[in-house]
Design a protein around this ligand. Structure first.
Ligand SMILES: *[C@@H]1O[C@H](CO)[C@@H](O)[C@H](O)[C@H]1NC(C)=O
Ligand SMILES: *[C@@H]1O[C@H](CO)[C@@H](O)[C@H](O)[C@H]1NC(C)=O
Ligand SMILES: *[C@@H]1O[C@H](CO)[C@@H](O)[C@H](O)[C@H]1NC(C)=O
Ligand SMILES: *[C@@H]1O[C@H](CO)[C@@H](O)[C@H](O)[C@H]1NC(C)=O
Length: 510
């Protein structure tokens, strides 16, 4: 409605401008014409010539044929018509003469190509004896306005009387809260009524992704996708028993890394967290273009020690989803490493998990073991206020060593980060999972928190823009207090890095 109104006013507006011009022109010409009548006949131009000219001025405004006897009057009447009659675009060319009788015209609509894929797979993972998760992307309008359906089939490699292909309904989870763009993230959970491939003879998981009339109501287009193949003897069913002990205690699933990252900040982050999580931990970093050569250099030593796995996901950039498809990436990580760890953490590389002294990550997580998920409170830190005593040496200090002012503005709902026991989780988000079995707790204050240095990870220049010498201050209406918790352990972290990987990274620059 509002749009139509605007359009109407717009059309009138255009006419008004033209009318003004026309009226002015007419006025000038009429006065000239009047004057001319008093001028002796030396001039060959006559008033009537001018009147013709006047009527021409008005012609472009209308499609009317030139008036047979040109007169200013006719132009004026045209004007008044224009003013009183609602503006309409020039009349359409007269339609071809109607066929003898009125009739119904059947029109055709001709589809060409297709604009978004029905399904894009990133990974498919076994999640138990009879269950699988398929992680991928799918056309968002198809999911928002249509009802695509999924069916899963397990096809044994060899048919036996006991092992025939079986199918089940694929249960879809859309974990990205509607944030998707052209594509949205889809997790298809395929849970069969009985265990499949437990004799380890091999087989295939097939996904049937059906548009069910979502793209074209006339067709139910179904794509058959072989998402997972298990070769004979390849599965170890023992890892799915509840008592099996995973390889790691703590696992980090990173979000998509993108942009011109500061290698020094990444260096600090990885050294800090390897020390925090200890030898039974592992970090998966997703490179969406952010792991450039200098960043790779600071990760290399830790990759060589077996702490870091780099996933090159640059190709996902072809498919427009939310923030470099981070929801897909974390779900892939969840299902890919589900049985390799007791706890799995989801947070960013400008965030530092902290447990207060006298605790360790182990004592804290043991105290939370009855929960499938817990969330972690944020300590937002200024990304530019530093201590005046660091004057002249800020560039040598680590980020969490020099950025010591904590934003303590009240009444703001701040993002939280979280950790899960991945075996109980079926799909995950960025700030928490909403598809899981078991309990979630948010009451973790005093046990675990994280310091967030927002805006520092992709900043290649010096962070300290303001040096102050006080325990509290207000800057740009935000109250800050001095918090040296992280600064105080910087020395320990630096020593740890040196012990673990030697001095190879000493020359790292921002
Ligand atoms: C699929 O969903 C079922 C029921 O919610 C769950 O038990 C199973 O673990 C899920 N599978 C995967 C691979 O997440
Ligand atoms: C197994 O049997 C099904 C029909 O029951 C058939 O479609 C499929 O091709 C057979 N597979 C093999 C590997 O023989
Ligand atoms: C479309 O086909 C699939 C199987 O290929 C079926 O499961 C689904 O129910 C069909 N959808 C509709 C709306 O008929
Ligand atoms: C900070 O202030 C204290 C007194 O409030 C003073 O003694 C100290 O020298 C100051 N430090 C710097 C670096 O300005």
């Amino acid at each position: 409605m509002a749009k139509e109104k605007k359009l109407f006013i717009g059309v009138l507006g255009n006419y008004t401008a033209e009318l003004k011009l026309l009226l002015t022109t007419l006025l000038v010409l009429c006065s000239v014409a009047t004057l001319l009548q008093f001028i002796p006949s030396r001039f060959t131009i006559s008033a009537s010539d001018l009147r013709v000219c006047i009527s021409r001025v008005s012609q472009p405004q209308t499609q009317d044929p030139p008036p047979s006897s040109p007169s200013t009057l006719s132009s004026v009447s045209q004007l008044s018509r224009l003013l009183s009659v609602p503006p309409s675009p020039s009349p359409p060319p007269s339609p071809p003469p109607p066929p003898s009788d009125s009739q119904t015209l059947k029109r055709d609509f001709n589809p060409y190509g297709s604009a978004a894929y029905n399904f894009i797979t990133m990974g498919a993972y076994r999640g138990g004896l009879n269950t699988f998760a398929i992680v991928g992307l799918s056309s968002k309008p198809l999911h928002v306005y249509g009802k695509p359906t999924y069916e899963c089939e397990w096809a044994p490699r060899v048919n036996t009387t006991a092992g025939k292909p079986i199918t089940t309904v694929g249960y879809k989870i859309l974990p990205d809260w509607g944030y998707g763009h052209v594509y949205t993230v889809v997790i298809v959970n395929c849970t069969f009524s009985e265990p499949v491939n437990v004799d380890n003879s091999g087989g295939k998981l097939v996904l049937y992704a059906a548009t069910s009339g979502g793209g074209d109501a006339k067709f139910n287009l179904t794509d058959r996708i072989e998402v997972l193949t298990e070769s004979p003897g390849s599965i170890d069913t023992s890892i799915y028993t509840p008592s099996s002990k995973p390889k790691y205690d703590y696992f980090y699933c990173g979000s998509s890394l993108y942009g011109n990252l500061n290698p020094q900040r990444v260096r600090e982050w990885i050294a800090y967290h390897v020390r925090l999580f200890g030898p039974r931990s592992h970090f998966v970093i997703h490179d969406a273009g952010g792991v450039h050569e200098q960043v790779l250099e600071v990760l290399k030593p830790w990759m060589e020690l077996g702490y870091v796995t780099l996933q090159d996901i640059r190709d996902q950039e072809r498919f427009d989803g939310y923030y470099h498809n981070q929801f897909m990436v974390v779900n892939d990580c969840l299902h890919r490493y589900k049985f390799m760890t007791k706890w799995m953490f989801f947070f960013d590389v400008d965030e530092f998990i902290y447990v207060p002294p006298k605790n360790t990550i182990k004592t804290v997580l043991d105290s939370l073991s009855e929960y499938s998920q817990f969330t972690i409170e944020q300590m937002p830190m200024s990304s530019k206020i530093c201590l005046s005593e660091d004057y002249g040496k800020t560039y040598r200090k680590w980020g969490f060593e020099k950025l010591v002012y904590k934003d303590v503005k009240r009444g703001i709902r701040r993002d939280r980060k979280y950790a899960v026991q991945p075996r109980s989780v079926y799909a995950t988000g960025v700030h928490m999972s909403q598809n899981l079995g078991g309990k979630t707790t948010h009451k973790t204050e005093g046990r675990i928190k994280y310091f967030h240095y927002h805006g520092t990870i992709a900043e290649r220049r010096e962070s300290c823009k303001m040096l102050v010498n006080s325990t509290e201050l207000t800057h740009e209406k935000i109250p800050y207090v001095l918090d040296t918790t992280m600064r105080d352990i910087a020395g320990v972290i630096k020593k740890f890095e040196l012990t673990m990987i030697g001095s190879t990274l000493q020359g790292t620059r921002q």
